[in-house]
Design a protein around this ligand. Structure first.
Ligand SMILES: Nc1ncnc2c1ncn2[C@@H]1O[C@H](COP(=O)(O)OP(=O)(O)OP(=O)(O)O)[C@@H](O)[C@H]1O
Ligand SMILES: [Mg+2]
Length: 252
């Protein structure tokens, strides 16, 4: 079965693309799931920038213009992980109909275990279409009232569509958060699946064009991404032999 999950937020810059990339990488590497990430943030796309690939001959833009199909726009990124990028050129926005996304996604059922839709922020036409296109929605927020309040509006929208949120990721958490996990759960009535700390390894990974879970797998952020993935999948993370031995020593 293919799970199509929209990674969404009300406010911009909260970490949707970071969560999409690291969640996809853990699913592909640790759990051996076949994953496709689609850059659905057509107007301000960042996915391919974060992965260090700047040109693709066919992109989601052509798919949404009716000039190509989804598989023609998909590229192998690593074993078990493909990406469908959006064009980085503003010229390619002409003629794109984001309203076609849900229909076009049907081409991917059966082609992957997970399809992650990295959304645009907010409730504009683009974000709205991506929220409606996924079968499930994972919200990302920072620990601020403004960021959480914006998710409330998105939640109303997906309710009209009969889509249930699978949870919230609290990203960029510090010791001085404006809102705690329980405050957020109370406001949204959605469980916080995982708290990802503000971690300089994430910014370093962006500069290195490598997901943090690959660049620094033992960082605090990476460990949170493993737990998040495991919760979404409902499977425990399989430990390698070295990790097993290290964890045994931690007991003593
Ligand atoms: N846990 C973290 N620790 C430190 N920095 C982070 C963390 N998560 C994300 N960032 C940084 O925050 C910035 C915004 O992240 P990202 O681009 O993933 O957000 P976004 O929600 O996709 O943004 P947009 O709404 O513009 O698409 C990036 O520079 C990223 O490296
Ligand atoms: Mg983004």
């Amino acid at each position: 079965m293919t799970r199509i999950i929209t990674i969404a937020s009300g406010k911009g810059g909260v970490g949707k693309t970071t969560v999409s990339i690291n969640l996809a990488t853990v699913l592909a590497t640790k759990f051996k799931k076949k994953v496709i990430i689609i850059d659905c943030n057509i107007t301000t796309s960042h996915l391919s920038l974060y992965l260090g690939v700047y040109y693709h001959p066919v992109t989601l833009n052509q798919v949404l213009k009716g000039e190509a199909n989804m598989l023609e726009a998909s590229y192998d990124h690593m074993e078990n992980l493909k990406i469908i990028p959006a064009s980085l050129s503003a010229r390619d926005l002409k003629g794109v109909d984001i309203g076609l996304l849900k229909e076009k996604l049907k081409e991917l059922y059966g082609k992957a275990d997970f399809v992650l839709l990295d959304s645009a922020p907010g409730l504009g036409r683009e974000a709205n279409a991506v929220l409606r296109a996924g079968d499930e929605v994972l919200f990302v927020t920072t620990p601020f009232v403004s960021s959480v309040a914006d998710i409330l509006r998105c939640k109303e929208l997906i309710k009209e569509n009969n889509t249930e949120p699978i949870g919230v990721v609290l990203n960029m958490s510090t010791r001085h958060d404006e809102l705690s996990e329980s405050d957020i759960e109370e406001m949204l009535e959605i469980p916080v699946l995982e708290k990802i700390p503000m971690d300089k390894n994430v910014t370093k990974s962006l500069a290195a064009k490598e997901p943090v879970v690959i660049l620094n797998p033992s960082s605090k952020a990476s460990k949170s991404f493993y737990r998040l993935t495991s919760k979404i999948l409902g499977e425990p993370v399989k430990e390698g032999l070295v990790e097993k031995i290290k964890n045994c020593f931690k007991i003593f």
